[in-house]
Write a protein that binds this ligand. Structure first.
Ligand code: FAD
Ligand code: ZN
Length: 268
């Protein structure tokens, strides 16, 4: 990728998504360091959960990959069903000796194994992707007021203590605190069902455990959710609108401010 660089630049280096320029001041031997953060180097991880590539979730995921790549972002997708991702948190995740083989405790064992770099390789790979990402998008259909089990399994196994949180390092001090997270999901019920007086109740109630209890707990700054209500039951035109509004939003996604996802937001 080509980009303009000041003439008197003496050194260019990269660190995370920062471009570091060292520039000599005119007619002196003095240099100044500039840190530039650009979306050209931003990294996005999409955790995608749908069995059918032709689904609306598949289209929303493809659109995000296309739009963000067009911006110059580096986009990685974890297609959990295609990867046959293992959702069960078991002792198979710990390679070698257990910390306490008398009484298996997944939380303790995964924490100890993380420190010893003894977690299963699929977890290490997913943690590497999360660590590299500036933004993690979770793309999924709503299952039982929550995410599909395979995505919950990804959360159980990947966001382990030591990597994502380490009490008291949680919420604003969570270990992933320099990252953004966004839930993009589809529903079966329509918007009215998920309104305050609707039969399913305000959709915010079900966002609470995920946005606050998982994302914010791990330190992520949470962006507003992208919700496509009842795509199966709307017209083709409406579905096209859903896709267009997602593409439009992604064009300015880096300018968005995180939402306040404290409990009051959900229950006021
Ligand atoms: P699809 O059926 O794949 O897509 C909808 C339509 O969009 C299709 O006709 C498809 O062809 C079309 N489409 C795809 N791409 C495009 C494109 N580019 N342009 C135009 N059209 C396109 N719902 C709830 O509300 N609450 C629940 O608690 C809940 N629990 C569930 C639990 C389970 C186990 C299951 C299986 C479903 C549950 N649902 C629930 C319903 C589920 O959330 C919806 O069926 C799902 O969100 C619909 O999204 P989809 O991507 O699967 O839609
Ligand atoms: Zn919160």
């Amino acid at each position: 990728m080509r980009f303009p660089v000041p003439e008197r630049t003496t050194e260019i280096s990269f660190c995370d998504s920062l471009l570091i320029l060292q520039v000599r001041i005119r007619n002196t031997a003095e240099t100044k360091v500039f840190l530039l953060r650009s979306f050209f180097w931003r990294k996005v991880l999409i955790i995608y959960t749908h069995q059918e590539p032709k689904s609306l979730n598949g289209s929303l995921k493809n659109l995000a990959v296309e739009e963000l790549s067009k911006q110059g972002c580096n986009v990685t997708t974890s297609d959990l069903y295609a990867m046959q991702f293992e959702p069960r948190a078991t002792r198979n995740d710990i390679i070698g000796c257990l910390h306490n083989s008398e009484h298996f405790d997944y939380g303790v064992e995964s924490w100890e194994a993380y420190k010893r770099r003894c977690l299963a390789s699929d977890l290490i790979e997913e943690q590497r992707k999360v660590q590299a990402a500036d933004l993690v998008i979770f793309q999924f259909p709503l299952y039982w007021f929550s995410m599909p089990a395979i995505m919950k399994g990804w959360i159980d196994r990947v966001l382990v203590q030591g990597f994502a949180h380490n009490f008291p390092q949680c919420y604003d001090d969570g270990l992933l605190k320099n990252k953004l997270a966004l839930l993009s999901f589809t529903t079966g019920g329509d918007e009215e069902m998920f309104s305050k007086g609707g039969v399913s109740g305000n959709i915010r109630y079900l966002l609470w455990p995920i946005q606050h209890g998982i994302m914010h707990f791990c330190g992520f700054k949470v962006l507003a959710p992208q919700i496509c209500f009842a795509p199966k039951y709307v017209t083709e035109e409406k579905r096209k609108e859903m896709l267009t509004s997602w593409a439009q939003r992604l064009k300015t996604i880096w300018e968005e401010k995180p939402i306040n996802c404290t409990p009051e937001l959900y229950f006021k």
